[in-house]
Write a protein that binds this ligand. Structure first.
Ligand code: ATP
Length: 603
């Protein structure tokens, strides 16, 4: 398959912001893609080479390197490339322009030589491009930089202008997030007539869209019906809804419900196969190397040859055994020598689920059965045991256990349904799990996680850094990011000073294709970094695009007095708080106001 088809598709995708049109464009592409390369096509469209959890290696070519390759491939000087980059704001556009002008000059000569030799021009195909990029990504060690540059130059020399544009954007990392997984799934469903829900369920259990596309293209939709979890391949985690009213919690969870301590640590999905152990983060990143101590615990205490279990890794004070907050784990991550760090910042593991044991898929079994399996295969110890829990029948028991959790240094509770339908809903946020956290006084009943999409230059004391950041929520229905607020408080001086450097890799010359904003930011970013934000309340807003026209025509919603709490490096942008969740919070606020101020006719 010619790479030109991919380049053309990327160009069409870039020009449309409608998710429906993007999915239709992708469906057309998938229909004409040979099944043998559809996985590679899917990865390239997503701006990647394989699923992130396999470890997305940096391609390792920085700006200077890209400049050099473009100069060599187009027979120009690096200074000329830089000049063009400055005027166009994008190396992709620069290489396209240069190739077009060079091609114009060279075209006559090339055509003459080709006609004399009777040969056709060699066109780049998908496999060649993919393999070259994969090789660039995997080269490491001495001499690898030169080799990477040579490979990229060769690729750019063979590429047509448009192809070169997208190859360069890929290397720069700019294609990532151009189109999201959700849109690719829509495209696959429509191309092969497979139910979208089926694809999503398969993806949640086996998050590799390339592999799923290949299975569907080669064997049809039924091939993905029975996809099972497998050790070494992370499942997308089940997520909890939030509630702050005990009555609502008990109504939703059913009686009795399982109440568990909500530990403030890092979620770990622990996989074991023989002597091999993997730990995956909430974002499905392989974080095994950060927890050599947990790997040891797993090998010692998990009595099954193959298993997938879930728990929270929590920092503890080695002297008192008391839990420490999540931030403590960050110190551990920053240390170079991980074995040293593990001693200095020890963790304990508190387990809460069991998804697979020795070939048996437990995700479709109710929670009581999964807990039985967990008890059966885990030999508990002080450092590695099942999360503190109890059965609660009413709000009084719930409140009592909640206080106990807070006293023990936890954030609150996760209340879980024990009903017959309490299956493990991979990748789904639902009411089968409800988080009940300490309230932030009279503020929003919970913090929210928002994506940085823009920034405003600082003045006065803040000159040289940003004065405020423009934040967005994620809207899964449109697969876009919608603005919610500007945040400028809550940062320490150090955090403020670091902002420009932290955000630099995501800077864009224009608003990102998947961002809806009525506000003009001074600087735009690729939606990549997620931060936790607290705020006073949710209000209607004439400028923010979140939940646009949902509550009132031509009006969105916004967070009043937002305050930075911390970065959420464990969340990807599509895992940020959704517009729907914010809308529910807004509706809850309205209900509270109604309760507090009965309508005139009721008085
Ligand atoms: P969410 O994971 O719901 O998107 P979040 O990442 O902001 O939200 P929290 O609001 O802290 O996280 O709540 C859910 C998280 O709580 C889980 O992802 C898990 O890491 C953690 N957790 C702690 N204890 C438990 C428990 N007993 N059961 C389930 N999750 C728990």
């Amino acid at each position: 398959m010619e790479f030109a088809v991919i380049a053309q598709t990327l160009e069409i995708l870039e020009k449309t912001t409608s998710k429906i049109q993007q999915a239709a464009t992708l469906a057309m592409l998938f229909k004409k893609t040979p099944p043998s390369v559809i996985d590679k096509v899917v990865y390239l469209i997503l701006g990647t080479l394989w699923p992130d959890w396999k470890g997305m290696p940096e391609l390792g070519i920085a700006e200077k390197g890209i400049q050099k390759c473009i100069a060599l491939a187009t027979n120009t000087t690096e200074a000329e490339v830089e000049k063009l980059y400055k005027s166009l704001g994008d190396y992709g556009a620069a290489v396209e322009r240069l190739k077009m002008s060079k091609q114009g000059k060279a075209a006559g000569l090339t055509a003459f030589i080709k006609s004399a030799k009777g040969v056709q021009g060699k066109k780049l195909d998908v496999e060649t491009v993919y393999n070259a990029l994969a090789k660039i990504a995997m080269l490491q060690g001495e001499g690898s930089r030169d080799m990477k540059l040579r490979l990229l130059t060769a690729l750019l020399m063979d590429a047509e202008p448009k192809e070169a544009k997208y190859i360069v954007r890929f290397v720069e990392g700019r294609l990532r997030l151009g189109v999201g997984e959700a849109t690719v799934m829509d495209g696959l469903a429509s191309a092969f007539g497979v139910s979208r829900d089926l694809i999503e369920r398969a993806y949640n259990v086996y998050p590799d869209l390339g592999a799923i596309a290949k299975l569907i293209a080669e064997k049809g939709g039924s091939a993905i019906r029975d996809i099972k979890p497998a050790p070494g391949i992370p499942l997308r985690p089940m997520l909890a809804e939030r509630a702050s009213d005990p009555v609502e919690i008990m109504n939703k969870a059913g009686v009795p419900a399982l109440a568990e301590f909500k530990y403030d640590g890092e979620r770990g999905q622990i996989h074991k196969k023989g002597e091999k152990v993997w730990i995956f983060s909430r974002r499905l990143e392989d974080i095994t190397h950060q927890y050599p101590d947990v790997v040891e615990m797993v090998l010692k205490h998990v009595k099954a040859d193959e298993a997938i279990i879930e728990g929270e890794m929590v920092a503890v004070d080695p002297e008192t055994g008391e839990f420490k907050p999540f931030q403590e784990l960050m110190h551990r991550k920053r240390k170079k020598d991980i074995h040293e760090a593990a001693k200095e910042y020890p963790v304990v593991v508190r387990l809460f689920d069991c998804l697979y044991v020795n070939g048996v898929d437990l995700t479709k079994r109710p929670l009581p059965e999964r807990r039985e399996w967990l008890k059966k295969i885990v030999e508990e110890s002080e450092g590695f045991k099942i999360a503190e829990h109890t059965l609660v029948k009413d709000t009084k028991e719930l409140e009592q256990f909640f206080l106990k959790a807070i006293e023990s240094g936890c954030e609150g509770l996760v209340v879980k349904s024990l009903g017959i339908d309490s299956v493990y809903q991979a990748g789904v946020r639902g009411w089968l799990w409800i988080k009940y956290k300490r309230d932030y006084k009279s503020e929003l009943s919970d913090t929210v996680d928002l994506v940085v999409v823009g920034a405003f230059h600082g003045r006065g004391k803040r000159a040289g850094t940003y004065g405020a950041l423009l934040l967005a929520a994620y809207d899964p229905d449109t697969d876009r990011f919608v603005t919610v607020c500007k945040v400028g408080t809550g940062f320490t001086d150090e955090e403020l000073a670091q902002l420009p450097k932290k955000l630099e890799p995501y800077k864009l010359p224009h608003k990102h294709q998947r961002v809806d904003s009525e506000i003009e930011a001074d600087v735009w970013f690729e939606p990549a970094l997620v931060m936790e934000v607290a705020g006073a309340e949710i209000t209607l807003s004439p400028v923010h695009t979140c939940c646009w026209s949902w509550a009132k025509p031509e009006t969105g919603i916004s967070i009043r007095f937002p305050r930075f709490i911390r970065w959420r490096e464990d969340k990807s942008p599509t895992e940020a708080t959704t517009s729907k969740e914010l809308f529910e919070m807004y509706l809850r606020k309205l209900k509270k106001i109604e309760k507090a101020e009965p309508k005139a006719e009721e008085v």
